[in-house]
Design a protein around this ligand. Structure first.
Ligand SMILES: [Fe+2]
Length: 434
């Protein structure tokens, strides 16, 4: 037996799970250690991928000044598309190749961090974006060695991208959203500084925070990892492995923070305590779902964000119509968890308890318990009422279902497998949640 061969095991179901976490530095003022961190990572010439609005607000100035003071060279790249496309990522990859950088820094929300991940991937390993996109949409190519160091500095509290192995992208010509996922995409270090999210508009806080809640709820209510088929080789073990005892810890804490602090963070931009806990929740949930995975609400969200580009999100400082990710996810979550309830009632109860901070007795628990709690939260943070408010009607359901079914990588992690009719029902029930 060669050194890398794994012993033959008799069972056909999985018995192993992995949890990996980005090293995380958290706290007010933590971003003032960015120069030290980049130096520690051995970077001398960095590509700084920075959201243009974050840059215009001056949030990157203190970070860049540190690079100057420790003698790290850098070039700024700010042609970020909110909800990146294959084209915007390819352009970032070309700029990264051109600049011959030995490290990456991202300062912004999930779109910025994801752009840096893919720029790093393309400049390290070559190829086109589509080669790496998850099958069946793309070629699913796996990088065969680690990427260059990436220091991620999130300025929103949502995607948890700083902690995950995934970059999400829109493929407008294929009318689909998909992702690139591989463990090497995970940043080498994250710095989470609540001071950086102070200027975030309430609508962005709402959408991003609801995304956090969904990451954690979907992970906690995913299929148990040891019910999946055993992979033929460790290389084939998917990043999204299903619920496991360690991912549960991260998801549970993220749900507690989401239930306790999201309303406050949306109501008052200067509530640094609430914003700080939401930023922490985003990273915690990122680590949880980076191991367990997300399923039906996220699978349903991809076509909601990808099919039509007519929704002009209120409260966002952009004239480019798009559906903010968190809102695209949350609108189908009540119906999705109504559908999955009977496959794992206890797990739904626990999520409801984490979110509310109170015990839920067996006689109050039914398929509507968790959906009701999510609906209250959605209304309190001014989320859209449903799929219709995002620009769709019943005639769009077949195309939405088709788009959701393409997200098999996510759907297989659901505790109950939805067929086309189930997904159609979930969309129908989510047209207007109130
Ligand atoms: Fe998400």
């Amino acid at each position: 037996m060669s050194a890398i061969e794994t012993p033959i095991r008799s069972s056909t179901t999985e018995s192993v799970f992995t949890v990996e976490a980005t090293p995380l530095k958290f706290g007010s003022g933590a971003s003032l250690e960015a120069g030290w961190e980049l130096q520690r990572l051995g970077v001398k010439h960095a590509m700084v991928v920075c959201d243009p609005q974050v840059r215009a607000a001056g949030l990157a100035d203190a970070i860049l000044a540190q690079f100057d003071s420790v003698g790290i060279g850098y070039e700024i790249y700010d042609a970020i598309q909110i909800e990146p496309t294959d084209a915007s990522l390819a352009a970032a990859g070309a700029a990264a190749r051109e600049g011959n950088f030995d490290g990456f820094v991202s300062i912004g929300g999930g779109s910025t961090i994801d752009t840096a991940k893919v720029a790093n991937l393309l400049s390290t390993h070559g190829g086109d974006v589509i080669d790496y996109v998850n099958p069946p949409v793309g070629g699913g190519r796996k990088p065969d060695s680690p990427l260059r160091p990436h220091l991620a500095i999130p300025t929103t509290a949502g995607t948890g991208s700083e902690a995950t192995t995934v970059a999400v992208l829109d493929l407008p010509e294929l009318k689909v959203k998909s992702g690139i996922s591989h463990r090497y995409l995970r940043p080498a270090q994250a710095i989470v500084d609540p001071e950086l999210s102070r200027t975030m508009p309430a609508a962005v806080t709402s959408s991003a925070g609801l995304d956090v809640v969904c990451h954690a709820a979907e992970s906690y209510i995913s299929r148990q990892f040891d019910t999946r088929p055993r992979p033929a080789s460790p290389a084939d073990r998917p990043p999204y492995q299903g619920a496991n005892p360690v991912a549960d810890l991260w998801s549970a804490r993220a749900l507690e923070y989401g239930g306790k602090y999201l309303r406050r963070a949306v109501a008052d931009g200067n509530d640094v305590e609430a914003r700080g806990f939401m930023m922490l929740a985003a990273s915690l949930a990122g680590i949880g779902f980076g191991s367990a995975g997300v399923h039906i609400p996220h699978a349903c969200a991809y076509p909601i964000a990808g099919l039509k580009h007519t929704f002009q999100p209120p409260g966002y400082e952009t004239d480019h119509p798009f559906v903010p990710h968190g809102w695209s996810v949350i609108v189908t979550s009540p119906a999705a968890f109504r559908f999955t309830f009977d496959a794992a009632p206890e797990r739904h109860r626990k999520v409801a308890e984490f979110l509310t901070g109170r015990h839920i007795a067996s006689n109050e628990l039914d398929a509507d318990t968790l959906p009701r709690i999510l609906l209250e939260l959605m209304r309190d943070v001014d989320a859209p009422s449903g799929v219709r408010a995002l620009g769709y009607d019943e005639d769009d359901i077949p195309e939405l279902v088709e788009g959701a079914l393409k997200q098999q990588r996510l759907l297989v992690i659901s505790p109950k497998q939805p067929g086309p009719d189930d997904l159609a029902q979930i969309y129908r029930d989510s047209m207007e949640n109130w």
